[in-house]
Write a protein that binds this ligand. Sequence first.
Ligand code: FE2
Length: 390
Amino acid sequence: MMTLREKYQLLRARTEAICQGLEAEDFVVQPIGDVSPPKWHLGHTTWFFETFVLLPHAPGYPVFNAQYNYVFNSYYETVGARVVRTDRGNLSRPTVADIMRYRAHVDEAMGVFLTTERAFSPELRELLVLGLNHEEQHQELLITDIKYILGHNPLLPTYPTDYAKPAAPDLAAEKQWVNVPEGVYEIGATGQEEFFFDNELGRHKVYLPAYQIQRELVSNTEYLEFIEAGGYADFRYWHAAGWERVKAQGIKAPLYWHQVAGAWHQYTPAGLVALPLSKPVGHLSYYEAWAYAQWRGLRLPTEAEWEVAAPQLSWGSRWEWTESAYLPYPGFMKAEGAIGEYNGKFMVDQLVLRGSSEATTPGHSRATYRNFFPASARWQFTGLRLAKFN
Ligand SMILES: [Fe+2]
């Protein structure tokens, strides 16, 4: 079994490996509010360990730069004022080199601190594992944000992805359905698992009517049929908010799709490539996922339906939009202090996504994992699968 110190070092190295192909200018820009500059992620994940682990638990730790709390605090009101999220791209300082020095400073202190792992209380251990999982979440954000930054540059640059997992498998042309009988099922984390976020607690019963759910994700071929049938031009398939959005923004296909000489292409780290038809469709909003399901005369699964069927599903290459609003499970309580701000305060105006994506750090997700985004988000590796009542 790996020590926390070994896990920490591997994790931190992978974060930097994700940024390896970037030029200095790529680290700085913030083309939309959702996307943070890569250098900000590098600083913020470091700040997390400095603020929540070293300052309270490592006596005598010398703060690298007291001003960084303002720059790299993301959303923790408990920890004080911070740069407005949408201003992250306006920060020419600290420089990338300053932030790499900050990382080295914190890594050195963490390296020493983690040699005392044996003396850690269960609470401190839990906090450290949260810090590791937090940086894994930012690894995925780095991958999605780098893709957005370079994929919206008119030069459509290529970049290396040595850290990447194998690409999504090809999907079968014929969809198989998994049948789930009516019944009372249990979902959620029990609290005994090695790691879970607080939003997965606690395990509870749900009643599900009989339903069927597709074993595989929706493919580019299938989604293309919706586009070619005029799905984006027919209000009947859309929520009002979704319809307004596709009209106002002129959306006619998922993000990163380009038509070149009449043929659909997709932007990837290898540049523009012919749309891989048998791969899962990706980078679409909840509105688009829902409209597609409407057009097929089917629906999205709820998060409980997804979790109950999960052992029989093929998942892991796209975050899957569900029909479920992101709400607290029965008995959910926010933790005291800053860590209580991690998940609970976002339980409004968001939808749950299940599974994981090809950008997710290996081993980061599980069947009880609850990701969440607003209905309009498209920059993540989001996709869908279909369900129906029996
Ligand atoms: Fe964060």
